[in-house]
Design a protein around this ligand. Structure first.
Ligand code: ASP
Ligand code: MG
Length: 407
């Protein structure tokens, strides 16, 4: 049985016309001989609107009730898509996450899929039906509805593709695929034909939000081949898979940026063992994700430490640092919320020297100051002032020759 999973995001099902277009696309695949499983998101901005509704009632809605609320968005979409397909004369059935066997842990609003019991889906496919599954939602051991975090429909699609051994998981969105940079900032950014899981994971985590990072992780773990494409056309999209076909000179595949970041520094802490531990173990205990970290040693046995967190966590992180400052008699604590991170990503970096230097050259030519640098095998990130981020992305993108060939 050749199975294809197709996932349609909110913009692809935002109104009746788009839903009918989705129905036709699904039927085309069916006509080509595929068994088709369709995963859909909530229509348009529905999820945002539901969140706003909850906020009108209370600032702190219980997470379980949040999930009960948010899951309704996807339920509307599956029913409408199923009706559209039925009206064109094809056998179809819609299923909630629970009906499709998406079992998660108990972490309401950020649940992780633990198991996919796809028997029902398989039975419906065997009976010749197109199966429409509500993305983003699952069920926990107590039979309560859970949701998978923003963008979670991607993960539903990948998890079903893995459980069904689907040949491909198509993710339909409103752009042609994965780009070398955000096309809204770099108009001549180029669509990539292929990107590896690890590169995509970096791009996704760095703010290029075509795919939920968890979906990429899940796909890598289970070897699911993802094809990101545009639901508005039939253009070639981007494959996310194990090995990308290395295009010539493509040491760097993309430039990502993230403005949801803040820098916190503490100066004049004692330069002795245990200080970093004291600071960062408390961040961990409060579930605060720390990204870049630098420590510099000063004269007379003192050191400065600076690090970044997301802006949502910045205040909380600052409180922790203030406490540590008082305990250690340190000099000062500073918070800077007008920074942004620019990163280059590419698996070829490991074997090519001088990649980081070229990035710094591009920033120097623009007279952009770097606060913090961090590197991994496939990524170099620089923290800079937020008001220069667009200049930085354009300059670095051009420096690495990522611009599209002019037609
Ligand atoms: N509707 C959910 C959201 O807006 C899930 C998704 O679209 O993937 O985040
Ligand atoms: Mg999405």
């Amino acid at each position: 049985m050749r199975i294809m999973v197709q996932k349609f995001g909110g913009s692809s099902v935002k109104d009746a016309d788009r839903i009918k277009a989705v129905a036709r696309r699904v039927i085309n695949a069916k006509e080509e001989g595929w068994h088709v499983v369709v995963v859909v998101s909530a229509m348009g901005d529905t999820t945002d609107e539901l969140i706003a509704k909850a906020k009108q009632i209370t600032a702190r809605p219980p997470r379980r009730e949040m999930d009960m609320l948010l899951a309704t968005g996807e339920q509307v979409s599956i029913a409408l898509v199923a009706m559209a397909i039925d009206s064109l004369g094809y056998p179809v059935v819609s299923l909630t996450g629970a009906q499709a066997g998406i079992v998660t842990d108990n972490v309401h609003t950020k649940a992780r899929i633990q198991q996919v019991g796809a028997e029902r889906v398989r039975k419906e496919l065997n009976d010749g039906r197109i199966v429409i599954v509500a993305g983003f939602q699952g069920i926990n051991a107590e039979n309560d509805i859970t949701t998978l975090g923003r963008g979670g429909s991607d993960t539903t699609a990948v998890a079903l593709a893995a459980a069904l051994s689907a040949e491909v998981c198509e993710i339909y969105t409103d752009v042609d695929g994965v780009y070398t940079a955000d096309p809204r900032i770099v108009p001549d950014a180029r669509r990539l034909d292929d990107i590896s899981y690890s590169e995509m994971l970096e791009m996704a985590s760095l703010g290029a939000v075509v795919l939920q990072p968890r979906a990429v992780e899940y796909a890598a773990m289970h070897g699911v081949r993802i094809y990101v494409r545009n639901s508005y056309n039939n253009n070639r999209g981007t494959y996310v898979q194990e090995e990308r076909v290395m295009e010539k000179d493509m040491v760097v595949v993309g430039v990502a940026h993230d403005t949801n970041t803040a820098k916190i520094s503490i100066t004049g802490v004692p330069d002795k063992p245990g200080v970093a531990y004291r600071l960062f173990s408390r961040m961990a205990a409060e579930n605060i994700n720390v990204d870049m970290i630098v420590q510099t040693t000063k004269a007379d046995g003192l050191a400065d430490i600076a690090f970044t967190t997301s802006r949502d966590d910045a205040q909380k992180a600052c409180e922790i640092v203030e406490n540590v400052k008082n305990e250690l008699n340190a000099e000062s604590v500073r918070l800077n919320e007008t920074v942004a991170k620019i990163s280059i990503v590419g698996a070829g970096m490991v074997t090519n020297p001088g990649v980081a230097a070229r990035m710094f050259e591009a920033l120097a030519e623009e007279n952009i100051n770097i606060h913090i640098i961090s590197t991994s095998e496939i990524k170099v990130s620089c923290l800079i002032d937020e008001d220069r981020i667009k200049d930085a992305v354009r300059a670095v993108h051009a420096k690495f020759g990522l611009v599209a060939a002019t037609a």
